[in-house]
Design a protein around this ligand. Structure first.
Ligand SMILES: NC(=O)c1ccc[n+]([C@@H]2O[C@H](COP(=O)([O-])OP(=O)(O)OC[C@H]3O[C@@H](n4cnc5c(N)ncnc54)[C@H](O)[C@@H]3O)[C@@H](O)[C@H]2O)c1
Length: 254
C-alpha cells in the first residue's frame, strides 16, 4: 500500500513532551514519519525521543517556547535541517493541565495573558514560522488542537476556553488564506482525555460524571485523539480543510 505521507520532510508536533502530543509523536514515528518535538520541557522531550524504537521514523527534540517567534523559527530550521523539509504542523502545545479552575473574575490578568500567548499566539507563531517550509512541501497540513470546551462553554476556565475559540477562528481564516498553496488547516477539539499526567483539578466523581455525558461510556485516551490527528495530517484527508472535528466519545454533538 502506498504511504499516506510524503517520503520527504517531517512533522512538527508542539507540546509533545507529554500527554496527547507524546502519544501522537510516537504513533506518527511508528508509521515511519519523521517527527520534531517542539516543547519547552527539556527532560520530557528528550525522554519521548528515547522511547522511540529503532526502525521507526526519526525523532528530534528542539527546546521551544511557542509564545516566542524566534524560538518557533529555530524549531522549523532544525526540523528542515534534520528531515529535508516540513509537510505538517500539529499545534498542540497549551497551558492546560497546570491551570487552576476558577471563575473568570478571579483569573489574574497575568495568567489570562500567559494563556492567550501560549494557546493562541503560539499557534500563530508556529504556523507562520513553518509557512515557507509547508509551501515548499507542495501539500502541507496544519492541525490545530483546540478543545470541546469551546463548544459548550465550560465554566471556570474562561481564559482557556476563549483561547481555544480563538484557535478555531484562526484555523478557519488560515484555511481560506492557505488553500491557494495547497495547505490544509483543520481544528480538532478533544473532549476529556486522560493521559499519564495526573489532573488534580478533576476528582474521580467528576471524571465519572463526564463519562456519563458521553455516548461511549469509557474514559478518552491519548490514542483516541492522536489517531484522527494523524488522519487529518495524511493524504486521506486531502479534501478536508477549514473544518472542526470534535473527538469526545459523543459528549457534544456539533
Ligand atoms: N487532555 C484533555 O482532557 C484535553 C481536552 C481538550 C483539549 N486538550 C488539548 O489537547 C492538547 C494536549 O493536551 P494534554 O492533555 O496532552 O496537555 P498537557 O498539559 O499534558 O501537555 C501540554 C504540553 O504543552 C507544553 N507546553 C506548554 N507551554 C508551552 C510553550 N510555551 N511552548 C512549548 N510547549 C509548551 C507542555 O510542556 C506540555 O508538554 C492541548 O492543546 C490541550 O489544551 C486536552
Amino acid at each position: 500500500m502506498a504511504s499516506r505521507f510524503p517520503t520527504r520532510g517531517g512533522v512538527i508536533v508542539t507540546g509533545a513532551a507529554q500527554g496527547i502530543g507524546r502519544r501522537l509523536a510516537l504513533m506518527l514515528a511508528a508509521e515511519g514519519v519523521d517527527v520534531c518535538i517542539a516543547d519547552w520541557n527539556d527532560e520530557g522531550g528528550r525522554a519521548v525521543v528515547a522511547e522511540n524504537p529503532d526502525g521507526a521514523g526519526r525523532m528530534i527534540f528542539v527546546r521551544t517556547d511557542v509564545s516566542d517567534e524566534a524560538s518557533c523559527a529555530n524549531a522549523v530550521g532544525e526540523a528542515e535541517a534534520a528531515f529535508g523539509g516540513v509537510f505538517g504542523v500539529v499545534n498542540n502545545a497549551s497551558i492546560f493541565s497546570t491551570l487552576q479552575m476558577r471563575p473568570f473574575w478571579e483569573i489574574p490578568t497575568e495568567e489570562w495573558d500567559r494563556v492567550q500567548n501560549v494557546n493562541l499566539k503560539g499557534v500563530f507563531n508556529m504556523s507562520r514560522a513553518a509557512l515557507p517550509a509547508l509551501r515548499n512541501s507542495g501539500a502541507g497540513s496544519i492541525v490545530n488542537i483546540a478543545s470541546s470546551t469551546l463548544l459548550f462553554g465550560r465554566q471556570n476556565y474562561a481564559h482557556y476556553v476563549s483561547s481555544k475559540a480563538g484557535v478555531m477562528g484562526l484555523s478557519r481564516a488560515m484555511a481560506r488564506e492557505l488553500g491557494g498553496f495547497n495547505i490544509r488547516v483543520n481544528t480538532l477539539t478533544p473532549g476529556p482525555t486522560f493521559t499519564e499526567i495526573e489532573r488534580k483539578t478533576v476528582t474521580p466523581e467528576q471524571r465519572e460524571a463526564m463519562i456519563r455525558q458521553q455516548c461511549l461510556e469509557r474514559a478518552g485516551a491519548p490514542d483516541d485523539i492522536a489517531a484522527p490527528i494523524i488522519f487529518l495530517l495524511s493524504s486521506e484527508a486531502r479534501w478536508i480543510t477549514g473544518q472542526l472535528l470534535n473527538v469526545d466519545g459523543g459528549m457534544v454533538m456539533h
